[in-house]
Design a protein around this ligand. Structure first.
Ligand code: G6P
Length: 611
């Protein structure tokens, strides 16, 4: 959370910083600020979005070939002008922007206050700025040494950029736990929380590792650890196109990403499923395949939508590969002293690859000697670098805060894993293997067909946009889809929604049902179809309004429900991939009609790098 961007070179920094902040706004958007250095430094910061910052600086001096910017998601101190970054140290020697949390900040603050420091904000970042300055002045050391020494005193996570008054041709960047990428240009360097602000300028990047410090002028980058060990920078090439991070004519990123799913799913199995022979190759887990084949248990960890994908994974892996699976919220797993055996395989799912709880859970699993596999979308992010093996989802950049195409890509990867393991463990026949692969290959075309129902879905959205509550029901593979549908609605429209296993409804939620309660029932044809028909009857008997996702040609539910949305017939194994699409569209349209900011819902951030 929080986005940071920086520039040092020969161009004017301001346009680069503002564009970069706009690209990073998904990481936080409650306040924004920039520092520009042109001999002297100027700081502009405001409560609000990057567009508010733009208006604020409109008639101000924006010159400078060195600068850094920040878009904030508040952790310490509410969103105010004072708490916005950048933060300047008391005597003006250092300016800092920071993403992460300094856990021991109150102790450090107290010590600094005892030594005469006064604070203008409630943030942990200002403590860091003053700590660096205190060490710098007291120890009469260089800015670089002051930064490194200060970081040895810090407990917590940081991705940070620091400028200083004395050596005002330099930016110092450091990372521990919060991501930081440096773009390498000709006589210029770019800094950012992820590569999206950088790709329009250069495709050569250096991903900082934990405890790395980069000391950068426009002509030179020196990389070392905070303990002063020199490191040779590893320059990597970005495989990303500018078009992938623009709206491309859609009103919102979320809508674009929903519509991209036929393509993104194809990208997920590109190079992995042979078009001719149906052979399945997951190169990223080749080195741990034996462990997976022989695993007595798989533990899946994740947060939010990724956790929902994990639940679908549980059904897939148990159903197809017959391996027992447990799915855990990473945040619970890491704190509840779980029993982990060395022959367990832990699958960590994360779109961003940066979620703090998931990262911490991985560290715990590794400590217990389990094999850890990552299923991540952002290439080069922290989780893929922490895990023993992994499969990238390759869904392309997901910018809308509410996850859509990342979910279907995650489920696609889990389905591929389950089918591969089913084949290797001989828990499915060759015929079944062929059938499942074919089903998977057919999903993009089926999703295209579902997207043609968008207008019908919009009409349904119009009827229910003012509801205060929604209930989502599903059984089996479709229960996680019910959870995901409810989460999407909550996240972007602020309507309270709950997902429930349909059969559990009678143990509580049924009490909520009356003529004002829309109930979304995911009820495609599978072995529990008859049961879910009964559940719908129970809702109708209490005058609830039923919106049902059904298989094309359905009769029984179509006659009962108030509204239906059809999806093409498919094997149950891919049903989650299809049925989630109308739910994404329904929440999208409801949110738009309610005037909500779909791509940047209140209080949320796309990448949650704090506990
Ligand atoms: C945040 C986002 C969710 C996401 C979750 C997990 O809460 O708003 O959309 O599902 O984090 O993120 P990850 O990047 O680990 O999948």
């Amino acid at each position: 959370m929080c986005g940071i961007v920086g520039y040092i070179g020969t161009k004017q920094a301001y346009p680069i910083l503002i564009n970069g902040l706009k690209r990073l706004e998904y990481r936080g958007y409650d306040s924004a600020g920039i520092a520009l250095i042109n001999g002297e430094s100027r700081i502009y910061k405001v409560k609000g979005k990057v567009s508010d910052l733009e208006s604020f600086v409109e008639n101000k001096d924006k010159s400078g070939t060195i600068g850094m910017g920040h878009t904030r998601w508040a952790t310490h101190g509410e969103p105010t002008n004072n708490n916005a970054h950048p933060h300047e140290s008391q005597n003006g020697h250092f300016i800092v922007i920071h993403n992460g949390i300094i856990e021991n900040y109150s102790r450090l603050k107290k010590r600094l206050e005892d030594r005469g420091y006064k604070f203008k904000s409630d943030t942990d970042t200002e403590v860091l700025a003053n700590l660096i300055e205190y060490i710098y002045l007291k120890g009469k050391v260089s800015a670089e040494i002051a930064v490194r020494l200060a970081l040895t005193k810090v407990i917590g996570a940081y991705g940070l950029l620091v400028t200083n008054k004395t050596e005002n041709n330099q930016i110092i960047a450091a990372r521990n736990g919060s991501p930081l990428v440096i773009g390498v240009g000709k006589n210029e360097y770019f800094f950012a929380s992820d590569a999206t602000p950088i790709i329009e300028y250069t495709k050569s990047v250096i991903y900082l590792n934990d405890y790395d410090v980069a000391i950068v002028t426009k002509d030179e980058l020196t990389l070392k650890t905070i303990k002063n060990d020199k490191i040779i920078p590893k320059i990597q090439k970005l495989n990303l196109d500018i078009g992938e991070i623009e709206k491309g004519g859609y009103e919102h990123f979320m809508l674009k990403e929903i519509y991209e799913q036929p393509k993104s799913i194809k990208d997920t199995f590109r190079g992995r499923v042979s078009t001719e022979t149906n052979e399945l190759i997951l190169g990223g887990i080749h080195n741990v395949l034996d462990k997976l084949i022989n695993a007595k248990r798989i533990i899946i960890i994740g947060c939010g939508t990724s956790w929902h994908a994990g639940l679908v994974g549980e059904y897939l892996l148990e159903d197809i590969a017959k391996i027992p699976v447990e799915v855990e919220y990473a945040s619970e797993f890491r704190y509840r002293r779980p029993i982990i055996f060395p022959d367990d395989v832990v699958i960590a799912i994360s779109q961003s690859g940066e979620t703090a709880d998931t990262l911490a859970a991985i560290k715990l699993a590794k400590k217990a000697n389990a094999t850890v596999i990552g299923v991540c979308n952002v290439v080069g992010s922290s989780i893929p670098r922490e895990t023993d093996a992994g499969v990238y989802t390759h869904a392309g950049p997901e910018i809308g805060v509410a996850s859509t195409k990342a979910f279907t890509a995650q489920v696609t990867v889990l389905a591929m894993m389950a089918i591969l393991l089913g084949k290797e463990r001989k828990t499915i026949s060759d015929e079944k293997y062929e059938r499942l692969i074919t089903e998977l290959k057919n999903t993009p075309e089926k999703i295209k067909k579902i997207l043609t129902h968008d207008n019908e879905i919009k009409k349904i959205a119009k009827l229910y946009k003012n509801a205060s509550n929604f209930l989502y029901l599903g059984r089996g593979y479709l229960f996680p889809v019910a959870l995901e549908g409810a989460l999407k609605l909550k996240e972007i429209s602020y309507i309270h929604a709950e997902g429930y296993p349909a059969a559990e409804m009678k143990h509580g939620p049924i009490a909520l049902i009356d003529e004002n309660m829309p109930v979304v029932v995911i009820a495609t044809k599978d072995k529990s179809y008859e049961k879910i028909v009964s559940n719908i009857q129970e809702v109708k008997a209490r005058k609830g309004k039923v919106i049902s996702i059904v298989t094309e040609g359905d009769i029984a539910i179509t006659n009962m429900a108030d509204h239906i949305i059809e999806v093409p017939e498919s094997h149950v194994v891919v049903s989650a991939l299809l049925t989630v699409i109308p739910l994404q569209l329904l929440s999208y349209h409801i949110a738009v009609m309610r005037g909500c900011n779909v791509d940047q819902p209140r209080n949320l951030a796309k990448s949650v790098t704090v506990e």
